[in-house]
Design a protein. Structure first.
Length: 583
């Protein structure tokens, strides 16, 4: 989505799942014919715990494993099985303690180190994951699994060359292992080597047609920079092979929902998009709400509160349904919305018939949890739903995306007038806002953004006065534009481009045009009706198969055919911009 949080995810390209651990199979097959009644009882608990894990009854499995530990808290297998149960319950702090005890009892068991690494990886603790995969590799130097997982972690740490070098060396030793082929392909796509990535993933599928991860990664590559329609086929192949309700299965369902939306299959896509609320989904957030969830029941005359989800840009994007939701509830009902606190003044002004609250998000036990700050005030509501939930009811056809040209958010008119006055003090020419990157530019997000130097044809367009809207550290890029391009990008005083969202919205309204990638600021510009020219990949799901942004009628979209070559899209935008400046 627009602003992706780093939460618990299924590691892409990982080898091994705690649920496929040898520890579970060992415990399941434990013989209980022990000499000691005490050991016999311990083994019964371990075996029962493993059987319950296989049945995905994690809480019951944890109870049985802990009962085994009551008998002997130092038993390696009991600690390992208990750790896996706690891991699946997202009790990561307890799981780590149990894994550590298992390691102390059996320090040469490589699988324990692997499972700790996998858990740390899902939690986004990449340095910890790297440490444990390296330890696993020291214990099992001839095994390909730790090399594979380590290579993938290095990729996620943006150490792409190190990742490729490690994985290629492992592949020379183990050319028959499909996981290594698909791991290299996963790194190649982050290097924007799309065709090479497809070749590697295809070879993995050839070696093992039943390798679900390879099918998924092939789909992911097509979805990222090739063909979303082809991606759907590969995700469906993966789903035939995944075990249901696992990290990997949910990841493929989530990716398929994005692919369906990317090709304009909206009704199917929104239905499947609900998978984002599955506990195993990427960027999962647990909402702590004191009332039942609205699913499909009639809400005419009901009190419904919608809670913002995902990033700031998504909250703005999804809020485009709020006026339609007022009609859906009717005059006898009540609609509320909880948004990030920086959006509250803007939303109160824009939606006077809607009660506006704020939400707060934090992490505990490795899980991102969201609450509405005014918890007591919202208890009068009958139902709640995430802010994106109405899409499946209201936006099943492109014709359903109808917004007024002047937008659906209302900026502060006094601040709009103020910024118009400030813009008049600048050199003549169209006053255009400019952004060029995300506040988070890691290896995964960076591929969706053109490098700043590639913007030169746009920035050097005559008769355009550029206004900086880029939040975060932009000084070096602005200096480069002045020194190398001989272009001034004006940063206006009296505004915090990250925190002052209401004022950013007013400034956006005062501008003639905003140019940039998709983020919170450009969503705000589009939502107030400012012409917004988007430089963004063609396969992003929010275009809904149209090649444009149906959410905002005043938007033009410029997309590269391949992410490694932004020049043609930039040239088209620069040409149109020159015509606009001359008109």
């Amino acid at each position: 989505m627009n602003e992706i949080a780093q939460n618990i995810t299924a590691p892409e390209g990982s080898v091994g799942d705690t649920m496929s651990s040898k520890a579970i199979s060992d415990a399941t097959n434990l013989s209980i014919n022990a000499a000691s009644p005490k050991i016999k009882k311990l083994r019964k608990h371990c075996r029962k715990s493993a059987q319950l894990l296989e049945q995905e009854q994690y809480a019951e499995a944890a109870k049985e494993a802990l009962a085994a530990l009551d008998i002997n808290e130092k038993d390696s297998l009991a600690n390992h099985v208990a750790a896996i149960a706690m891991d699946r319950l997202d009790r990561f702090d307890v799981a780590l303690q149990l894994y550590n005890r298992a390691i102390q009892a059996e320090p040469q068991n490589a699988e324990i180190y692997r499972n700790v690494g996998l858990m740390a990886w899902r939690m986004g603790k990449l340095d910890v994951a790297e440490q444990f995969f390296r330890l696993e590799g020291q214990i099992a130097p001839d095994s390909w699994q730790p090399k594979n997982n380590l290579g993938n972690v290095l990729r996620d740490k943006s150490q792409l060359d190190d990742s490729i070098e490690l994985l290629r060396a492992a592949l020379y030793q183990h050319p028959e292992v499909p996981e290594l082929w698909t791991a290299i392909g996963s790194t190649a796509i982050y290097q924007l080597q799309t065709d090479e990535a497809i070749q590697f993933h295809s070879e993995a599928v050839r070696l093992d047609p039943n390798n679900a991860k390879a099918h998924h990664n092939l789909g992911f590559t097509h979805l990222t920079d090739k063909d979303p329609a082809q991606a759907i086929i590969h995700f469906e192949d993966a789903l035939k092979l995944h075990k249901p309700n696992t990290f990997d299965a949910v990841a493929s369902l989530n990716a398929r929902s994005n692919a369906l939306l990317s090709v304009g299959r909206l009704e199917e896509g929104w239905k499947e998009y609900e998978i984002r609320h599955n506990h195993f989904a990427p960027d999962f957030t647990q909402f702590l709400m004191p009332m039942p969830l609205w699913e499909s029941q009639d809400i005419k005359g009901k009190k419904l509160i919608l809670v913002g989800e995902q990033g700031l840009g998504d909250e703005v994007l999804f809020s485009s349904v709020l006026n339609d939701m007022l009609k859906m509830i009717g005059p006898e009902g009540q609609l509320g919305v909880a948004v990030e606190r920086r959006l509250v003044p803007l939303f109160k002004r824009s939606f006077p018939q809607i009660e506006v609250f704020s939400h707060r998000t934090g992490k505990s036990d490795g899980i991102q949890r969201r609450v509405v700050v005014e918890n007591e005030e919202i208890k009068k509501y009958d139902l709640w739903a995430p802010l994106g939930a109405p899409l499946k009811h209201l936006r099943n056809d492109i014709s359903d995306f109808k917004q007024p040209n002047d937008g659906f958010l209302v900026p502060d008119p006094d601040r709009v007038a103020h910024w118009k006055g400030e813009l008049e003090k600048l050199p003549a020419g169209r006053k255009s806002g400019i952004l060029w990157k995300s506040g988070v530019m890691d290896v995964k997000r960076g591929r969706s953004f053109a490098a700043f130097e590639a913007w030169k044809p746009i920035l050097t367009t005559p008769d355009i006065t550029w206004i900086n809207l880029q939040y975060g550290d932009a000084d070096a890029d602005i200096k480069l534009a002045k020194d190398k391009f001989r272009i001034d990008i004006h940063t206006l005083s009296g505004i915090d481009l990250k925190q002052d969202l209401d004022d950013i919205t007013a400034l956006s309204k005062a501008l003639d045009l905003v140019v940039g990638p998709m983020n919170a600021t450009t969503n705000l510009a589009g939502a107030v009706g400012t012409p917004f020219w988007l430089l963004w990949p063609k396969t992003v799901w929010t275009q809904l198969g149209t090649g444009q942004m149906p959410w905002y009628p005043n938007t033009r979209t410029y997309s590269p055919d391949q992410l490694k070559n932004w020049a043609p899209a930039i040239a088209r935008l620069a040409s149109d911009l020159a015509q606009e400046a001359n008109s």
